[in-house]
Design a protein around this ligand. Structure first.
Ligand code: SF4
Length: 400
């Protein structure tokens, strides 16, 4: 057990079968996919110096993006940190950088490739850095679901909206069907826009929301005033999504059965326990959490909102944060004048995000210095076009 400013949380159980990353017990499993050649050992005492040397050698040819949920050892080498959307825009704002090294997950690197010029190459240091939420909506499943909506006679009154945390193929699907991308910051604006395309929030039109059911439900109910009964969940593993014609007719929000495996862990009990343990604590949660958690939280918002809220908080105030642990730990260290707790009582890293570690970053940079372009993320031209249409629609929404 260890503590984070008074909150106890358990270290991950060290199971020999798991061969924990960084232990150098199983270099093959540590490599990830397509990480050939000289992946440095995590125990290499010269690793930080190797990273510095490679970074200096790349100079302005490379721009390194670090997502908020990355490990400290990686963030130390990031030229800019942010959420997925901010990072994709930062990449697009650096047209002189030949290499965009994206320390995040696969769908983020895809978005960066879509938004940057053909000259720029987006590198993901470990191709195994995926996102469980994005993987819950495969394009063939979503196309089959759309066929179900067509067969049910409701496709024409349905606008697809996809969360930024989705594959390029899903963003392209959304663009092809007149929809938009949204972020956790602008989901309300995006949903209002989508409903306006089919008669307004007070009308009878529908939104197909992908792939995070929680963000879709939380926004529809708490921001747009729809009821929980207006929301149905489309399960791609069941015929017709597990929904009857009557349920599809009645629904205003058709939520894809996807969720974030990190934020989905927080529970109402976590909040009850925290309020009992820390009188006056403010609960601040990310909208990817379950509805019951969001409904019981004091503040709800994206990672950027969480960061700004803590910056503006009174010294001495108490906060429990429902988001990824690397970020919460950094915020706790940065705001030692406030009492910042982690909302869960067990460790809650994003395991796929954590695939990017210093050995992989060093390997990626040293490979580029040696003239080897590794792990480049390239989005198919047609998908890139239609995904860009959906992203441009988002950029045209007010408030961005
Ligand atoms: S925190 Fe959740 S949504 Fe973000 S990359 Fe990890 S699994 Fe995906």
């Amino acid at each position: 057990m260890s503590t984070l400013l008074g909150t106890t949380f358990q270290e991950p159980t060290k199971s020999p079968a798991l061969l924990l990353l960084g232990q150098n017990r199983d270099l093959v499993s540590e490599r990830g996919v397509e990480c050939a050649g000289g992946l440095p050992a995590a125990s290499d005492p010269d690793l930080v110096e190797r990273a510095r040397v490679a970074r200096a050698a790349l100079g302005d040819r490379a721009f390194i993006l670090g997502h908020h949920y990355q490990r400290d050892e990686v963030i130390d080498f990031a030229d800019v940190t942010g959420d997925s959307f901010k990072l994709a825009r930062e990449a697009a704002a650096r047209p002189e950088a030949e290499y965009i090294i994206f320390c995040g997950v696969h769908f983020m690197a895809e978005s960066a490739d879509i938004l940057t010029s053909d000259f720029q190459k987006v590198i993901l240091p470990d191709l195994a850095a995926g996102c469980s939420m994005a993987d819950m909506a495969a394009i063939n499943q979503v196309e089959d679901a759309w066929d179900d909506l067509v067969a049910a006679g409701i496709a024409e009154q349905t606008i697809p909206v996809t969360y930024m945390n989705s594959t390029a193929a899903i963003k392209a699907f959304t663009g092809r069907h007149g929809g938009t991308v949204c972020t956790s910051s602008n989901a309300e604006v995006a949903l209002r826009w989508a409903f306006d395309q089919v008669g307004g929030v007070e009308g009878t039109g529908k939104v197909l929301f992908l792939p995070d059911q929680h963000l879709g439900r939380n926004t529809a109910v708490l921001k747009l005033g729809l009821s929980l009964d207006d929301c149905v969940v489309y399960d791609p593993r069941k015929p017709n999504g597990g929904l009857t014609q009557e349920e599809l007719n009645r629904a205003r929000m058709i939520l894809w059965r996807g969720h974030c495996s990190v934020h989905g862990r927080f529970s109402l009990k976590n909040i009850e326990d925290m309020r009992a343990a820390v009188p006056g604590v403010n609960i601040l949660s990310h909208p990817e959490c379950k509805h019951e958690v969001i409904a019981a939280s004091d503040y709800v918002g994206s990672t950027e909102y969480i960061i700004k809220t803590l910056e503006a908080a009174e010294p001495g105030s108490s906060w429990a944060i429902g988001t990824e642990l690397n970020l919460v730990r950094r915020l706790a260290n940065a705001h030692s004048d406030k009492n910042i707790h982690f909302l869960d009582d067990t460790v809650c890293f994003c395991s796929t995000m954590n695939r990017i570690d210093l050995p992989h970053l060093v390997w990626a940079m040293e490979s580029l210095v040696a003239g080897q372009e590794i792990n480049q993320i390239v989005v198919d031209e047609d998908d890139a076009h239609w995904a860009r249409v959906a992203l441009d629609q988002m950029l045209a929404l007010p408030g961005l």
